[in-house]
Design a protein around this ligand. Structure first.
Ligand SMILES: [Zn+2]
Length: 142
């Protein structure tokens, strides 16, 4: 089957996460284009330049195939991206794994607060389109 990935994330759950970020006074950017690359490695400066020319705002190595698998399982799904560094060719210094780990440690409390607020305020969508992504195939079955 070919599942529709026009909008890869659940719009309902996405709004819940955005609202939770606002309630926690956390910076949130709504509407970026995420480019998922195959890692684990940092991209080259040429790759980053090409992705930017194509309209990419963020580049990372996660999110695929998770978003596709969630849609195929008819699960409402969103992704929260933690920006850990500027990309190759943009960063004024060479990229290091330590930079990524340090930033993740600094943001751990924010992520916990965001997830907690999201879980506390999330209301399961009763009839979200995500839950009917495979309608023409009879739905998801285990
Ligand atoms: Zn949904």
């Amino acid at each position: 089957m070919h599942v529709d990935m026009t909008m890869p994330y659940c719009s309902s759950l996405r709004q819940t996460v955005i609202d939770a970020a606002v309630q926690q006074n956390l910076p949130v950017h709504n509407g970026a284009c995420y480019v998922s690359t195959e890692g684990p490695r940092f991209e080259t400066a040429a790759e980053i330049k090409a992705y930017a020319m194509l309209g990419g705002d963020l580049v990372g190595m996660t999110g695929v195939p998770e978003a596709v698998l969630a849609r195929e399982a008819e699960i409402c799904y969103v992704s929260v991206s933690m920006v850990t560094n500027f990309a190759a060719g943009i960063s004024p210094t060479p990229l290091t794994h330590a930079e990524v780990v340090d930033t993740m440690k600094q943001n751990a409390a924010n992520i916990r607060a965001l997830l907690h607020q999201t879980i506390v305020t999330a209301v399961p969508a009763e009839d979200c389109a995500c839950q009917h992504a495979l309608r023409e195939f009879g739905g998801f079955r285990l």
